[in-house]
Design a binder for this molecule. Structure first.
Ligand code: ATP
Ligand code: MG
Length: 297
């Protein structure tokens, strides 16, 4: 029995605990990322934690504000959280990987009709925000003295109810601010979801974490790339290979039709549409573009 307990302890020690947001803007992205890493788990409503079926991982579902502290305290080993939350909680955790989702900006916004030419115009204003520390640092860096009102939600309505002259809030498109009669005047910070880890992982947990990180990086690389297949007349080969360098060089196969070839390559998502336009101009036809699940380099 004692031996069995020691065995179970060891097993538990090697299970990496990852904290993700329970419900909110980072939840779907975090669950989706872990699933794309081939990790199976249930995340039924109201669950506090879940064990992965096929990977030594336990998933904790928490409020995003609490994640840095839980990871720093060792309750969880790693976490997925917005950079804005890390900055606000002044967490010392280091960012292991930027994850490419949950992208947003923290902006300073004023009522549309209020004059603004530079940050010094904000001096003396009352500014409502849920991120008082980040905002204070921004004001300090710009030598501005203003009154910060920390409120926990619905920041955008503060000017219209007379609670503040300006707001500092997170936006992705900015439409919420716009529909509340506000206009962005400064970007205070840009943020995205990041993976953080406690610094003192045991060698066993580090091994599990590195395995997870390898999968995460493969999923990220896959998302940044597309697989492209096309047909082209053989005389276009040189110009098409120039457009399509791919990870290595493109794969080229002859078609049954004389004088025609088929090419396959991996291209970056960022300049994908420009490449498609140039490929068509170079004579490519029947262009197929496929998403990639994982890209192992
Ligand atoms: P919780 O209940 O977990 O404390 P919350 O209300 O603080 O949730 P959400 O609104 O779900 O947080 O946002 C979580 C994170 O999503 C933010 O901290 C930020 O990093 C990111 N995010 C991405 N886009 C936006 C956006 N348009 N507005 C707010 N947050 C955004
Ligand atoms: Mg929160």
């Amino acid at each position: 029995m004692a031996d069995f307990c020691v065995f179970m302890d060891k097993l538990n020690q090697q299970t990496l605990k990852v904290a993700i947001q329970k419900q909110g803007r980072l939840s779907d992205g975090s669950v989706d990322l872990l699933r794309k890493c081939g990790i199976g788990f249930s995340n039924g409503m109201g669950k506090l934690k879940s064990s992965a079926a096929n990977f030594p991982l336990e998933i904790y579902f928490l409020r995003d504000d609490d994640i840095p502290e839980y990871v720093a305290d060792g309750v969880a080993d790693v976490g997925i959280v917005g950079e804005n939350v890390l900055a606000e909680t002044q967490s010392k955790l280091s960012v292991v990987e930027r994850l490419g989702f949950g992208k947003c900006r923290m902006v300073l916004a004023l009522p549309k009709d209020r004059h603004y030419s530079s940050i010094t115009d904000v001096a003396g204003m009352r500014v409502a925000t849920s991120y008082p520390r980040i905002l204070q640092r921004f004001f300090d860096a710009n030598g501005v003295s203003a009154e910060i009102h920390a409120i926990s939600g619905s920041v955008e309505i503060a000017p219209s109810i007379g609670l503040a002259d300006a707001v500092c809030d997170l936006v992705s498109s900015g439409s919420t601010l716009f529909s509340n009669g506000l206009r962005e005047v400064e970007t205070v910070m840009c943020s995205e979801a990041v993976l953080v880890s406690r610094p003192d992982l045991s060698p066993e947990l580090k091994t599990v974490f590195e395995k997870l990180l390898f999968r995460i990086r493969s999923v990220k690389a896959a998302r940044q790339n597309k697989y492209i297949l096309l047909n082209a007349p053989i005389e276009s080969l040189d110009s098409i290979t120039e457009i399509l360098p791919g990870i290595n060089s493109p794969t080229i196969t002859p078609l049954a039709d004389d004088g025609w070839i088929s090419l396959q390559a991996v291209i970056e998502e960022a300049d994908f549409w420009e490449k498609v336009d140039s490929l068509k101009a170079a004579g490519a036809e029947g262009i197929l573009v496929l998403s990639i699940d994982q890209l192992i380099r």
